[in-house]
Structures are given as C-alpha cells and as structure tokens.
Design a protein around this ligand. Structure first.
Ligand SMILES: NC(=O)c1ccc[n+]([C@@H]2O[C@H](COP(=O)([O-])OP(=O)(O)OC[C@H]3O[C@@H](n4cnc5c(N)ncnc54)[C@H](O)[C@@H]3O)[C@@H](O)[C@H]2O)c1
Length: 325
C-alpha cells in the first residue's frame, strides 16, 4: 500500500486523512498547531505526527505527500516535496502565479514524480456527465457556459472570491471547453477587507468564439452552485444544490424554419434528468492520485491542466486590479 504523508489538518485536511486512511497507508501527519496534533494523534494512532514538514520528507519510505495548507504555502511545500522525491497531491490552487505553477510542473517532470492539483469538481460525476454529453455532440454547437458560485459566507480575509471560489468553476469551464481564453475580463470590489474582493464577475472569450461568465461572491442571499451550458441543440444545467436532479437537460434552442426566411424562432421539447452516481468526488480524486502513483496514466496531465487554471486566474486577477473600482 502506498505510504502517504498529509500536511495541513485544518478544515479540509481531515477529509483527505479519512480517504487516504481507507485507501492507502496514512503514515505521516503534519500540522503547526499543537492542538490539532493532539486531536489527530488520538484519531490516527498508527500515523507518525510532527509539526516539522522536513520530518516527513526525510523519511525514505514515504512515497507521497498530500498538501492541505493555505494556498499561499502550496508552491513552497510542493516544490520541497518534489525535490525530496515524493509524489505530490496539492490542494487547489497549486500556486499563486503561473511562473510558480510552471516551475512545479517542470520540477515534477525532472524528478519523474506525479503532481496532481486537487481540482475536486473535475471528479464530480455530474461534471463527467456534462462533459460526456458535450463530447458526444448532444448539445450541438456549444455557445456559452456560465457559473454561479454565491453564498453568504464563508468570508475570507487571505484570498479573494476569484482565487477562493473561481478556481473551482474555472477548472471545470476549461475542462469542458478544452481551450484557453483569448480574452479575460474581471470586475469586482472589496467591501469588507481592503484588497480582498468579496464579489467578482468574470468574462472569458475563447478562440473558437465561445464565451463564459462566472459570478463569484460570499455576500449574496442565494446559496448557488450552478453551471449552465448553452448549446444550439440542447442546454444543460448542473446544480450541485439539488440532491437528486444534479443534471437537467433541456431540449430547447434557437430554430430557423425554412418558411420564415431566415428569422430565428425558438423550440422547446423534453426536460430530462439522468441518474448521476453518488460517488464522493474526493474519494475519486484520491483514487486517481493513487493510480497515478502506481504508474497508471499520464502523471503530469492534470498538473498541466492545473497550470492553465492558474494562468487564467492570474490574467483575471490582473484585469481585476486594473479595473476602475
Ligand atoms: N477542494 C475543496 O473543495 C476544498 C475545500 C476547502 C479547502 N480547500 C483547500 O484546502 C486548503 C486548506 O484549506 P483549509 O480551509 O483547510 O485551511 P485551514 O486554515 O483550516 O487549515 C490549514 C492548516 O494548515 C496548517 N499549516 C499551515 N502551514 C503549515 C506548515 N508550513 N506546516 C504544517 N502545517 C501548516 C495550519 O496550522 C492549519 O491547521 C486550501 O488550499 C483550500 O483552498 C479545498
């Protein structure tokens, strides 16, 4: 069984600990906080506990490191782990700028190690279903994708809504459309913490002519986790707030009947909802990492896709900073 070391036992780390404890051998845990060290030593007595990341890296038996610390620490910790010869699963975003993300990909390539950024939504069975519909041509020509990721909270002071929330939608939009935008534009404002935008609107235009939009906010009355894809033949909605109807397909679209001499009309048909497996996306992500470590699949493909996400985040951030308030 693959020996895993996990650093970061705050909010998200425990979910990774639970999964890797069940799927692999959780042999090291690491956090700076002594209270968390005590709590997780009690929960995972077989794992060695430390506050020093280097203790884990110095263990020659340890094969892989999972990083669930705050985003600003990802680049440095991931780089050190790769240089120590460990495979790395790093929470999103893998780095705070494209140059560092690129450096991580080259370091992983040079050391022959796996680098997997934790873009959780790519493992969501509903996202896979939407992608399969698009790839099969079911929606016809795809024109537009837009996402809504809004809620009241969780208010963050260290990263803005673009980096904290947008990273999820961006990873999905780039995956679905399979191209990088030629034009990016973001507007937003920081109302609570200076320099940390709470509400951000992003626009992306792709070389193929497709367009995308993201509404990201933690100051909103609606809790929305929704992605809409508008095709010429059908339209599809992924709504993660729905328990059962996660994906809805609308047979709706524009139509140009011959007798109207070029005038556009609309067409409406069935509305259906396919069954979506209830597999936990994080479990699928952890399994994918272990498969890559075992030598199955391209060890760097996801890292290159993650690099594109950071590149576009960086462009959007530059536009956000440049935009008049
Ligand atoms: N995929 C998802 O859906 C999802 C959800 C939530 C968070 N996350 C990601 O998980 C990461 C952690 O987020 P969180 O909300 O759990 O943060 P958190 O602040 O709750 O926890 C981070 C932990 O890391 C520890 N830490 C920081 N630097 C360290 C170091 N150098 N060595 C050892 N320990 C260190 C801190 O003591 C803290 O306990 C972030 O990158 C976040 O984006 C992902």
């Amino acid at each position: 069984m693959t020996k895993i070391g996990l650093v970061g036992l705050g909010y998200w780390g425990p979910n990774l600990a639970r999964n890797f404890d069940e799927l692999a051998e959780l042999s090291w845990l690491c956090d700076l906080d002594p209270d968390l060290q005590e709590r997780f030593t009690a929960r995972y007595p077989e794992a060695r506990m430390t506050g020093e990341f280097d203790d884990m890296l110095n263990d020659p038996e340890l094969e892989a490191v999972v990083i669930a610390t705050p985003a600003v620490t990802h680049y440095e910790l991931a780089k050190r782990a790769l240089e120590a010869g460990k495979h790395v699963l790093v929470e999103k975003p893998p780095a705070m700028n494209a140059a560092e993300a690129e450096d991580l990909v080259s370091t992983a390539e040079a050391s022959g190690r796996v680098l997997l950024p934790g873009h959780l939504l790519l493992y969501h069975p509903a996202v896979r279903a939407v992608k399969a519909l698009m790839d099969a041509g079911e929606l016809g020509e795809v024109l537009c994708v837009y996402s809504n990721r809004q809620n009241l909270g969780k208010i963050r002071a260290d990263e803005n809504a673009l980096w904290s929330l947008g990273v999820h939608d961006l990873s999905v939009i780039l995956h679905l459309l399979d191209e990088e935008p030629a034009e990016t534009w973001a507007h937003g404002n920081s109302f609570l913490t200076p320099g940390v935008e709470d509400i951000v609107f992003c626009y992306l235009r792709f070389p193929s002519g497709k367009i995308a939009h993201m509404h990201l906010s933690w100051l909103d009355p609606h809790k929305m986790r929704k992605l809409t894809v508008v095709g010429k033949e059908k339209m599809v909605v992924f709504d993660d707030m729905e328990l059962e109807r996660k994906v809805t397909i609308y047979e709706k679209g524009p139509w140009q009947p011959t007798h109207t001499y070029g005038e556009w009309q609309t067409r409406t048909g069935d509305i259906s909802s396919p069954k979506i497996p209830s597999d936990e996306p994080l479990r699928l992500e952890c399994r994918h990492f272990l498969d890559l470590v075992a030598g199955e699949g391209d060890p760097l493909r996801a890292a290159r896709d993650g690099l594109a996400v950071v590149r576009v985040l960086e462009q959007l951030q530059a536009s956000l900073v440049a935009a008049p308030a």
